[in-house]
Design a protein around this ligand. Structure first.
Ligand code: ADP
Ligand code: ASP
Ligand code: MG
Length: 414
């Protein structure tokens, strides 16, 4: 008998029919003799609706009340799923994060799980219940409700798998697993039977929302076998595992993209020691996270600084930048319509020429690159958002990601 954690995302529980379908899948595992803990997201679109509601009321919702509101979506879906199981004669109980003592820090809207009290879950499991847990939420030491950031139910599932020492953590979603790129954008994308934790971390941080980045970090840290599967179709899905266990290696495993970026340039800044630090500190003080950044000296006395930020932070950032531009007699420009596309693969570490092939491919597709950055296993390019889809398509073809590794003429040795 195994202990299995299953997580069902918003689209998997988006309608009552789908909730019935999920209940049947969960019952099947229980009937095979396993213990099951199920983590559920809010019904499809519900979290977005709650966020819009908060912002319609006030442009700057109180963080404590914001979390209290957006966490309610999951309370609905857990109760519905539990009812569906009971209706199938399957004893089940639902719990919110607060009821279970999923303890987090107090950083509202992006809280981190600190500890989970597993006694209630274990007690229920020994009594033969299926335990249904609200994803995405926790509670602080002070008893305030918190949420874990968008996509946070994945993290709840992995954190529970670690705390309960589960045998496997299964993430059920609306696609068959992790693909070479988002299959909703590129239908030719290929399913990856396995992907390394390292690559999955990059894919998640660069915009592939199929897994929340924190869930991948936790699974890697606690050695949790993590599998992404479809709720609607049978299949092996994708196993996220350690690099040495990945059998089917590719030079590039995938292309991730993020449409929600904005670019800011500050030019004609006086060239003084420490000035970059002062500028970045002013942004940090406003909790603005910078993504890519380049600095270059245009002459002896002046320099330019260009960086990207999440698009939703643009107006807040521009307020800071306008002040800085005045202070340093510099000029500030912004572009709110940029997007980042990234190649991810462990092959980048050991092969030359990938950045040049990427740039040539984008150039041949008539796409201009605003910024470029490379690290050990990823290469990112910032382009106009209107060019993103074309860029992903061109790179997907150029790096033969639309083919299975066995179909590639001269597979590269990794
Ligand atoms: P859930 O609601 O089940 O948590 P999400 O919408 O958060 O589902 O994540 C699944 C979605 O991730 C897919 O529908 C797909 O559009 C998107 N996605 C982006 N990149 C990838 C990728 N490389 N492989 C699979 N899905 C991806
Ligand atoms: N319901 C939350 C969201 O939409 C959490 C999740 O789906 O994982 O972000
Ligand atoms: Mg998700």
């Amino acid at each position: 008998m195994a202990l299995i954690i299953q997580k069902y995302g918003g689209s998997s529980v988006g309608t009552l029919d789908r909730i019935h379908h999920v209940a049947s899948k969960v019952k099947q595992v229980k009937d095979q003799g396993h213990d099951v803990v199920v983590v559920v997201s809010a019904m499809y679109g519900e979290t977005d609706r709650l966020i819009q509601l908060a912002h319609a009321l006030t442009p700057d919702p109180d963080p404590r009340e914001y979390d209290a509101l957006v966490a309610t979506g999951e309370q609905v879906s857990i109760a519905l799923l539990s009812m569906a199981l009971v209706a199938k004669n399957c004893p089940s109980r639902s719990y919110t994060g607060h009821q279970l003592g999923i303890l987090t820090d107090s950083v509202h809207a992006k809280a981190r799980i600190i500890d989970i009290n597993t006694s209630v879950i274990r007690h229920n499991l020994t009594q033969g219940y299926i335990v249904i847990v609200a994803g995405f939420q926790g509670v602080t030491h002070q008893g305030d409700i918190t949420t874990l950031g968008r996509g946070g139910s994945d993290t709840t599932a992995v954190a529970l798998a670690a705390a309960l020492k589960a045998d496997e953590c299964q993430i059920y979603t609306d696609v068959d697993g992790v693909y070479t790129t988002d299959p909703h954008l590129i239908p030719e994308a290929k399913l990856l039977p396995e992907i390394s934790f390292e690559e999955m971390l990059e894919m998640a941080s660069l915009g592939a929302k199929v897994l929340q980045i924190r869930s991948v970090e936790l699974a890697c840290k606690h050695h949790i076998p993590l599998r992404v599967l479809s709720t609607f179709r049978e299949g092996p899905g994708t196993l996220v595992t350690f690099e040495d266990k990945v059998m089917q290696k590719r030079l590039i495993s995938g292309i991730a993209f993020n449409r929600e970026e904005a670019l800011i340039g500050l030019s004609g800044i006086p060239k003084q020691i420490g000035i970059e630090g002062n500028i970045l500190q002013a942004l940090h003080a406003e909790n603005i996270e910078i993504d890519m950044i380049t600095q270059n000296a245009v002459g002896k006395n002046a320099m330019d600084l260009t960086f990207t930020i999440p698009r939703k932070e643009l107006s807040k950032t521009m307020k800071v930048m306008d002040k800085l531009a005045k202070k340093y007699h510099a000029t500030v420009i912004s572009n709110s319509k940029v997007a980042k596309l990234s190649l991810v693969g462990i092959g980048i570490r050991s092969h030359h020429g990938i950045t040049s092939k990427m740039c040539q491919t984008l150039g041949n597709a008539d796409i201009s690159i605003h910024m470029l950055s490379t690290s050990e296993i990823k290469i990112s390019a910032m382009v106009e958002e209107s060019q993103l889809d074309k860029g992903v398509y061109a790179l997907h073809q150029a790096f033969e990601l639309d083919k299975l590794p066995t179909e590639i003429q001269a597979p590269l040795e990794l």
